[in-house]
Write a protein that binds this ligand. Structure first.
Ligand code: GDP
Length: 294
């Protein structure tokens, strides 16, 4: 992940790192290369422009031209601006409530069911009583998949194969959680292969009916610019609280990680880096910036 971007950024800093006296032209050239590297990594063009304009202002404001190590100062500035771009501080999910209700939304194949299992595992390890609910009424295989994952991590699953209304299943799951003393319910929902009206109506209706404490939008980072567009559409309809970026173990170019926060104005809260139940991390913008800079 980010290999290409890291290499290109490293190359962009080479001139500034290598010579004693640098000129405004050297700095402008470096910034131009940083912008190109971001765009090549699938960062939304406007976002890349805004962030590099800020890097330029900072570089000038902090007198990079007369700095002892201009290259190091530039790397520091880029690190700070990338961190800021990805939201600055780590943002936690809200698990207050009795039970806390976490709604999982996203396209089919984005990694919702896998993430539901991982989040259940993550919360169980914090000694929380967790119930997962299977609300995909269209694909029985999705319910089986959730049962397998929940079995692996040792949490209970609520499903109702007789019921075809996902809103009802979600409500039943919450009632079941209350009866059985569960403190967190994670609701896995159906997705479609592409955004469509019926899916949006369904997820919006589930959200209205159950009033979740936290709504998480799951998106495949490999889909690049599309990930950002899909996030925008979902956010307009369901006003989610946070993003889960999946498949960061693949050869994702990283653009989604860098653009989503700026375009959608919602924080990334988790990243998923594999199919195993342990392959889940909280999202720390500064650590991600560090990884990008290599
Ligand atoms: P859903 O349709 O949104 O519920 O998506 P699934 O959870 O079924 O995931 C779709 C596919 O992606 C499955 O084969 C998962 O094993 C795989 N997958 C999910 N998350 C990750 C991830 O972070 N990395 C990798 N490499 N594969 C993942």
């Amino acid at each position: 992940m980010f290999d290409n971007l890291s290499t290109k950024l490293d190359r962009a800093f080479k001139t500034l790192k290598g010579q004693g006296s640098i000129t405004e032209i050297n700095v402008a050239q470096t910034i131009k290369e940083v912008r190109r590297a971001l765009v090549d990594a699938d960062v939304n063009y406007k976002v890349a422009k805004t962030v590099t304009d800020k890097i330029k202002d900072e570089a000038m404001g902090r007198d990079v031209l007369i700095a002892v190590s201009p290259g190091q100062l530039m790397v520091k500035i880029v690190h700070e601006e990338l961190t800021e771009l990805m939201g600055g501080e780590k943002q936690d999910i809200n698990i207050k409530g009795d039970p806390a209700i976490i709604l999982i939304a996203g396209l089919q194949g984005s990694g919702k069911t896998t993430f539901t299992g991982k989040l259940a595992n993550f919360l169980k390890k914090q000694n929380r009583q967790v119930l997962v609910a299977a609300c995909d009424v269209y694909r029985p295989a999705a319910i089986d998949q959730l049962k397998v994952l929940a079995g692996q991590v040792g949490v209970d699953v609520y499903s109702n194969l007789e019921e075809k209304n996902p809103v009802k299943i979600a409500q039943e799951a919450i009632a079941h959680a209350k009866q059985t003393g569960k403190k967190v319910v994670i609701i896995d929902t159906a997705g479609r292969l592409a955004v469509d009206e019926a899916m949006m109506n369904e997820i919006a209706e589930i959200k209205r009916a159950i009033n979740p404490t936290e709504t998480l939008f799951v998106v495949d980072s490999m889909t690049g610019q599309d990930a950002v567009n899909t996030a925008k559409t979902f956010n307009e309809r369901i006003n989610f609280d946070g993003v889960v970026l999946t498949k960061l173990d693949g050869d994702s170019r990283g653009g989604a990680a860098l653009s989503i926060r700026a375009v959608v104005e919602k924080p990334i809260k988790f990243i998923s880096t594999g199919e195993k139940m342990e392959a889940l991390d909280l999202f720390y913008p500064d650590r991600m910036a560090q990884r990008i800079l290599g």
